[in-house]
Design a protein around this ligand. Structure first.
Ligand code: AMP
Ligand code: MG
Length: 346
């Protein structure tokens, strides 16, 4: 073996090892896997995030950014907390216009749009009435007609004055109360999704108590996100499965939160004009581009009922609805736009 042959026989394996090792290192750095946060408690319920990441450390960074956003929304919008921004607003907005944070203004302004769209079926000024519903949870007694009427006098989105330039909110009547329970979870899911994307996540799913938004390639082998819709009358079974990509889905229902008084169930969704709980649709699922849209619209359709609700969703581009009726709770009815998202029946 001459000198050159000796060098070649030594160098070739070294080069091979370096290249091979480099490739392995590169693969370990670039290989995407899905990570799941597990259930975390927030906003009076649970959130779960799934995200594709290049390792546990990156996934934890993604989770931390998303949870920080949800916590921020919770701190601002939690009307159970007397120190939250929304509670502070409620205490003083009848005296003079109150300047609020961009986040709170965004949610109130969007809510007013949904009120206009639904002729007041969706209304975050429903607070005085939901307050009575919450009391009913404790007392198991219905409020008197007089008490209900007094609450209704403080309800109505037209009693809100918003100034987008100054970012102020003013109440026309003392005792008004905002309840953003029908829209804030969706909003939080959107904020969390934005945070994930800003951190560099390319695919993931945020699920906050049935308010779901997914983006990028899904977790199933064919790259879809599959979401099962619960059967409202047999909650351990699914009615059908949806496949989504870069979409959101939200379900409002009468089967998880209700109060029973004298054998009658009173759902937590109220018709603001009558103070009565709605009961026509055991479940309403909306598919829409953002989680806030899906959340607000699912509550809206619950109040409007089948005819008006489905007609409203048909009129909104990019939105689809799947509802079940009290008469046939296990037979889903859908708008024309929903078919494309149905993966299978149960
Ligand atoms: P969701 O589960 O998204 O349908 O929201 C239901 C929650 O929204 C209730 O628990 C109340 O806090 C609030 N809410 C009830 N009725 C209405 C309504 N008509 N418009 C807006 N929010 C409502
Ligand atoms: Mg909602």
């Amino acid at each position: 073996m001459d000198k050159h042959q000796k060098i070649r026989s030594f160098v070739a394996p070294v080069v091979f090892l370096v290249v091979w090792g480099g490739l392995l290192w590169y693969r370990s750095q670039t290989r995407m896997e899905f990570y799941n946060s597990g259930y975390q408690e927030t906003m009076g319920t649970f959130v779960q995030i799934t995200v594709a990441a290049q390792g546990q450390r990156q996934a934890q960074r993604f989770f931390a950014a998303a949870f920080a956003e949800i916590d921020k929304v919770n701190r601002t919008m939690n009307d159970w907390d007397p120190n939250s921004e929304i509670s502070q607003l409620t205490q003083t907005a009848h005296l003079s216009p109150v300047t609020v944070s961009p986040e709170l203004f965004e949610i109130i302004a969007a809510s007013v749009e949904y009120s206009k769209l639904s002729d007041g079926a969706f209304d975050i000024t429903v607070g005085p009435e939901t307050q009575l519903w919450r009391q009913m949870q404790q007392t198991h007694q219905q409020p008197s007609p007089e008490v209900l009427m007094a609450a209704r006098a403080k309800v109505g989105y037209e009693k809100l004055t918003l100034d987008p330039e100054k970012r102020t909110v003013r109440f026309a009547v003392e005792g008004m109360k905002l309840d953003v329970g029908a829209i804030a979870k969706g909003y939080a899911v959107d904020r969390a999704t934005e945070a994930l994307k800003q951190q560099g996540a390319v695919s993931g799913m945020v699920d906050l108590s049935g308010n779901v938004r997914c983006f990028g390639k899904g977790i199933t082998p064919n790259g879809l996100w599959l979401i099962g819709l619960q059967n409202p009358r047999k909650t351990d079974t699914v009615l059908l499965k949806l496949h989504l990509n870069d979409m959101s889905v939200a379900t409002s229902g009468d089967y998880e939160r209700y109060v029973e008084v004298d054998g009658k169930k009173h759902s937590h969704i109220l018709n603001p004009k009558t103070s009565e709980s709605v009961g026509e649709l055991p479940s309403v699922t909306i598919i829409a581009p953002t989680a806030m849209q899906a959340d607000a619209l699912s509550t809206t359709v619950s109040v409007l009922g089948k005819e008006k609700g489905l007609a409203l969703i048909e009129s909104i581009p990019c939105a689809a609805a799947i509802v079940t009726t009290a008469a046939e709770p296990e037979k889903p009815i859908q708008t024309s736009g929903a078919t494309q998202f149905i993966f299978s029946n149960n």
